[in-house]
Design a protein around this ligand. Structure first.
Ligand code: UD1
Length: 347
C-alpha cells in the first residue's frame, strides 16, 4: 500500500476481515466503513475474484488494504500485523459447501479448523483482542423445539462442514477459558440472502449453486433450465422446508454491533448470538415472493427430498435484539428484489 493511503488509515480502527472478498465478508466491509472502522482484507480468492474488490472499493468510496493469501499462512498474517495496527478480527474465511464436505472432509477440517487455530495464536501473540466468528445455525441440526434460542442444545452435525462450525465454537470456548485476554462472539447465521442495494456486490457462486436463492436467480436468468424444490411432503404449511432467510446487509450490520459490544466487555469474554429474522418461510414461499416482487415467472418442479436437509428451522432473536440492540430492517421482499437485481448485473 502506498504511504498516502497508509497515513489516512492509521488513525482508524482497523479490523482484519478474513474472507473479506466473499459474500458476507464484502457486505460486512461496507457496514464497517459506515461505522468508522477500516477493513483490512485477507482472501485467497478461491471463491471470489479481484472484481469483487474493485466493486467493493466503488461502494466504499476508497481503496482498501487487501492481501491475497490464505489465513492458514502465519507468514502473511505477520506481514499484515507489521503494516497495520489491528483492533479486531472478523473470521469469515471458510469452505461452506455441505455436499463437498462429505466427499472431502479433510479439506474442510484442515481449512476451517486449522485457520481458526492459527488465527487465535496470531491474535494472542499480537494482543489483538476482539474476534467475531462466523458460525451457523447448522450447529442445531433438526431442533426438537422451534424457534431455536442460543440455549437450544446443539446436535450432532449432519456433515463435516457442520461439524467444523461446532468444533470451532468448542475451540473458542476452551480458548477463552484459558484466559488469553481475548473477547469473542460467535454469530450463528441463519440463511443469508439478498445483495447490496447498489447491486455492485452480491453472492457469486462458482459453478452450480447448491443454495436456494442463487439457484432461483440463475434459473430466472436462464442460466439454469429449472429449479427443483427438494420435497413438498414435509410436515410444514405447504410441505416444503422452512428456513429463516436474512438479508445479507442485516447480517453485515450484526457484525458491526457485535464488535462494538465486544469493545465494552471485560477480558476473556465469550458469547453466541443467533442472527436471523425470527420468522420462518418455506421454500415455496420464497419462490412465490421472488416471482411476485420481480414480476418474473420461475420454471420449477417438485423433486425428491435432498439427503441431510433439516425440515424446519428459524431463530428466536430475543437475545441479539436485546443485548446487541440489533434488529433486521430488510424484508423477504427486499431480499428477493436485491438478489434479482444483483443477478441481472451478472448477466
Ligand atoms: C446449508 C447448511 C448451512 C450452511 C449453508 C451454506 C444444512 C442443514 N444447512 O443451508 O449450515 O451454512 O448450507 O451453504 O446443511 N433447496 C431447494 N432447491 C435447491 C436448493 C435448495 O429446494 O436447488 C431447498 C433446500 O432443500 C432447503 C432450502 O432450499 O430446504 C435451503 O437450502 P440451502 O440454500 O442449500 O441452505 P441450507 O440447506 O438451509
Amino acid at each position: 500500500m502506498n504511504s498516502f493511503v497508509r497515513t489516512i488509515f492509521d488513525d482508524m480502527k482497523k479490523i482484519l476481515i478474513t474472507g473479506g472478498a466473499g459474500y458476507i465478508g464484502s457486505h460486512t466491509a461496507v457496514e464497517l466503513v459506515k461505522s468508522g472502522y477500516e477493513p483490512v482484507i485477507i482472501d485467497d480468492l478461491s471463491n471470489s475474484n479481484e472484481n469483487v474488490l474493485k466493486n467493493l472499493e466503488e461502494v466504499i468510496g476508497h481503496k482498501l488494504a487487501f492481501y491475497k493469501g490464505d489465513c492458514n499462512d502465519r507468514g502473511i498474517l505477520e506481514q499484515i500485523a507489521s503494516e497495520h495496527t489491528l483492533q479486531g478480527v472478523i473470521h469469515f474465511a471458510a469452505f461452506k459447501a455441505v455436499g463437498e464436505s462429505t466427499q472431502l472432509p479433510l479439506k474442510y477440517y484442515q481449512n476451517n479448523i486449522g485457520s481458526l487455530v492459527i488465527l487465535l495464536q496470531f491474535m494472542k501473540d499480537h494482543a489483538i483482542k476482539d474476534l467475531v466468528f462466523s458460525s451457523s445455525c447448522t450447529v442445531y441440526g433438526q431442533p426438537d423445539v422451534l424457534p431455536v434460542t442460543e440455549a437450544t442444545p446443539r446436535k450432532d452435525a449432519e456433515s463435516p462442514y457442520g461439524n467444523t462450525k461446532k468444533v470451532c465454537e468448542d475451540i473458542l470456548v476452551d480458548f477463552i477459558k484459558s484466559k488469553p485476554g481475548n473477547r469473542v462472539i460467535s454469530l450463528r447465521y441463519f440463511n443469508p440472502v439478498g445483495a447490496h442495494p447498489s447491486s455492485k456486490i452480491g453472492e457469486l457462486p462458482i459453478g452450480t449453486p447448491a443454495n436456494l436463492v442463487p439457484f432461483v436467480t440463475q434459473t430466472a436468468a436462464g442460466i439454469r433450465e429449472k429449479l427443483t424444490v427438494f420435497g413438498d411432503d414435509y410436515d410444514t404449511t405447504d410441505g416444503s422446508c422452512v428456513r429463516d432467510f436474512i438479508h445479507v446487509m442485516d447480517l453485515a450490520d450484526a457484525h458491526v454491533k457485535a464488535l462494538a459490544y465486544l469493545g465494552e466487555q471485560e477480558a476473556n469474554f465469550y458469547d453466541v448470538f443467533n442472527v436471523g429474522t425470527g420468522k420462518g418461510n418455506t421454500v415455496l414461499e420464497v419462490i412465490k415472493t421472488f416471482e411476485a416482487v420481480n414480476n418474473v415467472k420461475l420454471n420449477y418442479e417438485i423433486g425428491p427430498r435432498r439427503a441431510g436437509d433439516v425440515i424446519k428451522i428459524w431463530a428466536d432473536t430475543t437475545k441479539i435484539n436485546e443485548v446487541l440492540d440489533w434488529h433486521p430492517s430488510y424484508s423477504l421482499e427486499d431480499s428477493m428484489r436485491d438478489s434479482w437485481n444483483w443477478q441481472k448485473t451478472l448477466n
